[in-house]
Ligand binder design. Structure first.
Ligand code: NAG
Ligand code: NAG
Ligand code: NAG
Ligand code: NAG
Ligand code: NAG
Ligand code: NAG
Ligand code: NAG
Length: 809
């Protein structure tokens, strides 16, 4: 063992002596410290492991190819890194819904890929997504049928054909269902007066249904007629408080998939119409429904929720989990008075809920259905289940913007039908969780639909081929408690030491081997360099340290991609120091040596001749005629004409004339031109401001401010954003004065109107308040009559009349 350390020291000394040879030595050093096949092959791409059980040369088993052959390792038993794997298993083209069957809808391409991933490697998987036209829509109306919603029901009944037209305008394949809810039929949410139990609307002198929590009326159907009929048939009910059992009803709607009739391939939307707030977990306890909501389906033959008085209301978190599991979206169509309340609920149930303002009589319900549907469809968001494994997934997309730059995001908004979104998933394996061949399955799917998906079968190449074979050879005697793995005897779990006879739990035995944890000939002679624990002569290093004696610090990570020494392609870690691959420099190997990235798109000198290229970025001189040069390529200064602005001008101009598409090409360069007039923030790094002055079609002098920045790292294409448009002309000036006069008039009239309105409001408020005080008194008295448990706090005692006062005296 000490031989190797000596060798390491010599190699280090030699290494520093000569640059070229130094690199070779570092490469060697990256391998030789590893004593297991998996760790050896993971250390650097050039490391090989000799799995020959008869190998007994002094040189380490983990080494480069040539050294192993020279020291006599049998060729056939040298373990090499496994070849990279990339197999597209399924790649069907995107397909809209066919009129006859739903089986062939394809919204994501490709569908299945098998690939390999080595430690510190990143692989890119491109996929496209296109929302299919006429994708089935399952729409369930969940209606609050408490007394205050009576007129809303009538509105819905009168919709008739208009509903059919609206829905068929959204998709050819729609189905519609209906359910209603009120609240738990328990005190204190309802009155227990006998007459009012049977007809809760007795006060309003109207016949209505006894209180229930949720009732499913109509399973999803394509017959709008049935829907109208069922809504017409349903009866209102009434309760006391203003909060209802929406969540109880929602859980039933989501969980009772078979009764409701949710289809496996459809977009599922619940439109929840209500004017009351929500009872949530805990409120039920007040009424005696104490069991935690079980999130299961409990409907009887008539569609009533049967366990309403046993289970408490569900929590928002439970509802969120169910929405996510069954991929159901909820549109809360609520009246103005509770809208802000539902906006808060939406914050907690984001991704699956939308809030829309319902007129008090639901007259805008069709508009809400259309808007809610379009909102839901316009958001595309990808999710995966990689969090339970070592592979990290990042998503990049341009959200369908032609020529737009790829940004890291999972979510695109404003997606329209027919648009194809191109995504790139970057899979990274930071380090091996253990040195074995493992596979991780990753399923990438759209988060709201969850039906089509891209399945990735990722083989994590952390181990060796030889691990599986059990070479049994009589001549090779591994000591007891050990077995042969890849040519060496490896102690069984719990055992360690040179003879595998030291039990890791046994403190005394461990201590005997402590000398082996000390780095020989080092200035420090503490076991494991003081950075780990010595167990049976083996160091277990603390976080951030590695090496046999924990003598090495972990290597620096690249700021750009977070990987040690910039990832496998850029460098390897050699005992705390990065050894960079050709083409890379820097302490974390994240500076390209090439200066291409420092040249402006239209060519020219490195950093326009006004700076130096350091780590792929220009560092500009401050020696210009008027001070500092600036810009990504030092292309501009305070008084210079910026050549990149001049180059981009034709594209800006043609965008302003509407004579080109968003993608404008000049020579070899692509420009994307967008307008973000509201985006007046300060410039981000990498953005440079330009000004274009020209006349517009009305003959006015206009000043357009725009910025350019690199669309990709290589600056092959540029992004131009128009930030402001300022036009001044004779016509404009005249308009301005008359506009001012008009504005003054409008303000004056407005003030008068506000004053009148305000005084009317004050009078009306006073009246309402007096009425409210009176009503409150009445209702308090009323409550006392109804509640049998009520005991008045006022006690009255009367002196009996027969009592003769004088007797006491
Ligand atoms: C899938 O097929 C399309 C052509 O239909 C091709 O352009 C694309 O590259 C393929 N995807 C993969 C991952 O091979
Ligand atoms: C149906 O869609 C078309 C085009 O998308 C639109 O012009 C029309 O107004 C829509 N009809 C209704 C009732 O929404
Ligand atoms: C609703 O039901 C009532 C009877 O209960 C009937 O007179 C009316 O025509 C129905 N309305 C519709 C639109 O079906
Ligand atoms: C392990 O075996 C070695 C050599 O056979 C012996 O010297 C040592 O005492 C043993 N250690 C224990 C803990 O049995
Ligand atoms: C330690 O260094 C000394 C000289 O500095 C040398 O003689 C000795 O062999 C070295 N020991 C080991 C184990 O390398
Ligand atoms: C755009 O229109 C202006 C006049 O309004 C004209 O001077 C200019 O040449 C046009 N540019 C392009 C690229 O068509
Ligand atoms: C410019 O855009 C076109 C069309 O999208 C594309 O084919 C071409 O490769 C792009 N050129 C560069 C240099 O990016």
């Amino acid at each position: 063992m000490h031989r190797k350390v000596l060798c390491l020291c010599v190699v280090l000394l030699l290494g520093y002596a000569d640059g070229q040879a130094g690199q070779q030595m570092l490469n060697k050093l990256a391998c030789i410290d590893h004593q297991e096949c998996g760790a050896c092959l993971s250390a650097a791409p050039h490391c090989r492991w000799c799995a020959d059980p008869y190998y007994n040369a002094p040189a380490p088993r983990c080494n480069d190819d040539l050294s192993l052959v020279q020291s006599g390792c049998s060729q056939g038993l040298i373990q090499r890194p496994l070849p990279a794997l990339w197999e597209v298993v399924a790649n069907n083209t995107l397909q809209d819904v066919q009129p006859d069957s739903l089986d062939h809808v394809v919204q994501i391409q490709p569908q299945s890929i098998r690939l390999s991933l080595k430690p510190r490697e990143t692989r890119k998987v491109k996929f496209s997504y296109r929302p299919a036209k006429n994708y089935p829509l399952d729409l369930y109306y969940l209606m609050d049928l408490t007394w205050s919603m009576k007129d809303d029901k009538d509105t819905l009944v009168n919709l008739g054909d208009a509903l059919t037209v609206t829905l068929s305008n959204l998709t050819d394949n729609f189905r519609i269902g209906f359910g209603s809810f009120a609240d738990k039929p328990l005190m204190p949410f309802i009155s227990v007066d006998e007459k009012r139990l049977a007809n809760p609307c007795a006060m309003e002198e109207h016949e209505c249904e006894a209180m229930y929590n949720y009732r499913h009326h109509l399973s999803l159907t394509d017959q709008v007629k049935d829907f109208i009929e069922n809504v017409n048939k349903s009866a209102v009910t009434a309760n006391l408080d203003n909060a209802e059992g929406q969540l109880d009803a929602l859980v039933q709607v989501i969980a009772c998939g078979n009764r409701i009739g949710w289809s496996a391939h459809s977009r599922k939307i619940v439109i929840l119409l209500t004017d009351g707030s929500i009872h949530t977990a805990g409120d039920g306890k007040l009424a005696g429904a104490t069991k935690r909501n079980d999130g299961e389906c409990h409907l009887d033959d008539n569609g009533y929720y049967t366990e309403s008085i046993i289970y408490d209301y569900p929590s928002l978190e439970q509802v969120y989990r169910l929405l996510d599991k069954y991929k159901v979206n909820v549109v809360f169509a609520v009246t103005d008075s509770v809208k802000s309340y539902y906006d808060n609920v939406h914050q907690l149930l984001e991704d699956f809920t939308y809030v829309a303002k319902l007129e008090s009589d639901s007259s805008n319900i069709l508009k809400l259905v259309k808007m809610g549907y379009e909102d839901i469809v316009s958001v595309v968001n990808f999710k995966d289940d990689s969090s339970n494994g070592p592979v990290k997934v990042q998503y990049f997309t341009n959200c369908g913007v032609k020529g737009g730059s790829m940004m890291e995001t999972t979510k695109c908004t404003g997606v329209e039908y027919g648009m194809t979104l191109n995504y790139e998933a970057h899979l990274t394996l930071d380090s091996c969780p253990e040195y074995k061949k493992i596979t991780q399955k990753i399923r990438i799917s759209e988060s709201q639909l969850g039906q089509d998906s891209l399945e990735l079968d990722v083989e994590l190449q952390c181990g060796c081929e030889c691990e599986g074979d059990q070479i049994k050879d009589m001549l090779l005697n591994c000591p007891s408690n050990s077995h042969l793995v890849c040519g060496v005897c490896q102690c069984n779990k719990g055992w360690s030491g040179p003879m595998c006879n030291c039990s890791i739990e046994d403190e005394a035995a461990s201590a005997a081997l402590e000398a082996q944890c000390r780095e020989p000939n080092a200035t420090r002679t503490i076991a494991c360099s003081g950075m780990g624990d010595c167990r049976c002569g083996k160091c277990q290093c603390d976080r951030g340290f590695s090496g046999r004696y924990c003598q090495c610090k972990d290597c620096e990570r690249s700021i750009e991609n977070g990987m040690e020494c910039g990832g496998a392609e850029r460098g390897t870690c050699v005992c705390g120091q990065c050894s960079c691959a050709p083409g890379w420099l820097g302490s974390a190997c994240d500076c390209p040596t090439a200066t291409e990235a420092c040249r402006a798109p239209a060519g020219g000198d490195v950093c326009s001749g006004h700076g130096t290229c350091e780590c792929g970025r220009c560092k500009c001189d401050s020696s210009g005629p008027d001070g500092k040069y600036s810009g990504m390529f030092c292309e501009t200064c305070a008084t210079c004409k910026n050549p990149l602005c001049v180059n981009a001008e034709p594209c800006v101009s043609c965008h302003l004339n509407n004579t080109c598409t968003d993608l404008c090409t000049i020579g070899d360069f692509n420009y994307t031109v967008t307008e973000r007039l509201t985006d007046t923030d300060t410039l981000k790094t990498g953005e440079v401001a330009c000004i274009l002055r020209r006349e517009n079609e009305d003959g006015q002098d206009c000043e357009y401010k725009y910025t350019y920045s690199a669309a990709t790292k290589s600056m092959i294409s540029m992004e131009i954003v128009i930030r402001s448009k300022n036009c001044i002309g004779a016509l404009r000036a005249k308009l301005m004065t008359s506009a001012l006069v008009i504005m003054a008039c409008v303000v004056a009239v407005g003030m008068i109107v506000i004053l009148i309105y305000k005084s009317a409001q004050i009078i009306s408020d006073r009246r309402a308040y007096a009425k409210f005080v009176q009503e409150a008194q009445e209702s308090r008295m009323h409550m006392q009559e109804l509640n049998p448990l009520y005991i008045s706090p006022i006690s009255e005692f009367k002196m009996p009349e027969a009592y003769n006062r004088d007797k006491m005296d």
